[in-house]
Design a protein around this ligand. Structure first.
Ligand code: COA
Length: 198
């Protein structure tokens, strides 16, 4: 077992662990839902075949790497995935998450995020970032409750959905460089600004 690749974690209510093949039905339920996947950079899955390919591409290949944080979020009651939470290993160290709608409004993703952040900090990741569509402010709520701070906004013609989006970027520095700001999205977008009211 590689301890730097999605090490199993527990919180008060949750088990955070890898997605395995037996989870394909649960994974499909998470990734097929139109509402849950509206603000995410893929189209909702349509078939179990697509779910299997998605699992291979997004999860199995990540679990082969030296390091990854690609979690299924499960309730301790039954250990069945109801959502996911990731931290990417590129220089954005992007935090991403999604949860089946019936479990929203219970603080589940914040509980998962706090524990994953503790773990990546202990493993030496210097900072994390996260972005959300301005029209999806509940995702910003998770970022704030997880200790992240708003840094800036930027425009993007977002793929693969090919829609115009204003993103808000949040960051949490986990080392001593408290003023570090990840500027890649700012630098790559011609239109970037700081919203005073955020
Ligand atoms: C955004 C999303 C992840 C939020 O999930 P969530 O688990 O409901 O979010 P939180 O952890 O912030 O839960 C906070 C809510 O739980 C409530 N809550 C209940 N018990 C709680 C507890 N013990 N601790 C904290 N909050 C609790 C809070 O009052 C708050 O209620 P509200 O949503 O009515 O304001 C979820 O809506 C989702 O999956 N959306 C679709 C995918 C998506 O947009 N992903 C992000 C793309 S950038």
């Amino acid at each position: 077992m590689n301890f730097k690749n999605t090490p199993r974690l527990e919180t008060e209510r949750l088990i955070l662990r890898r997605f395995v093949e037996e989870d394909l039905n649960a994974l499909f339920a998470i990734y097929k839902d139109e509402k849950v996947n509206q603000y995410l950079p893929w189209f909702p899955l349509k078939t179990m075949e697509e779910a299997s390919c998605f699992w291979q591409k997004q999860y199995v290949s990540a679990y082969r790497l030296d390091r990854a944080y690609k979690y299924a979020i499960c309730l301790k009651d039954n250990n069945i995935p109801i959502g996911y939470i990731h931290v990417s290993m590129d220089d954005s160290h992007d935090l991403g998450y999604g949860l089946c709608e019936e479990f929203w409004h219970k603080g589940i993703v914040t509980e998962a995020a706090r524990t994953v952040i503790e773990r990546v900090k202990a493993d030496g990741i210097p900072y994390i970032t996260a972005t959300h569509d301005k029209n999806n402010p509940r995702s910003g709520g998770v970022m704030i409750q997880s200790g992240m701070s708003y840094q800036y906004s930027y425009e993007e013609q977002w793929q693969p959905k090919d829609i115009f989006v204003i993103f808000r970027m949040y960051q949490l520095n986990l080392d001593h460089k408290k003023d570090r700001v990840y500027k890649k999205y700012w630098d790559n977008s011609a239109v970037h600004f700081i919203e005073k009211e955020v």
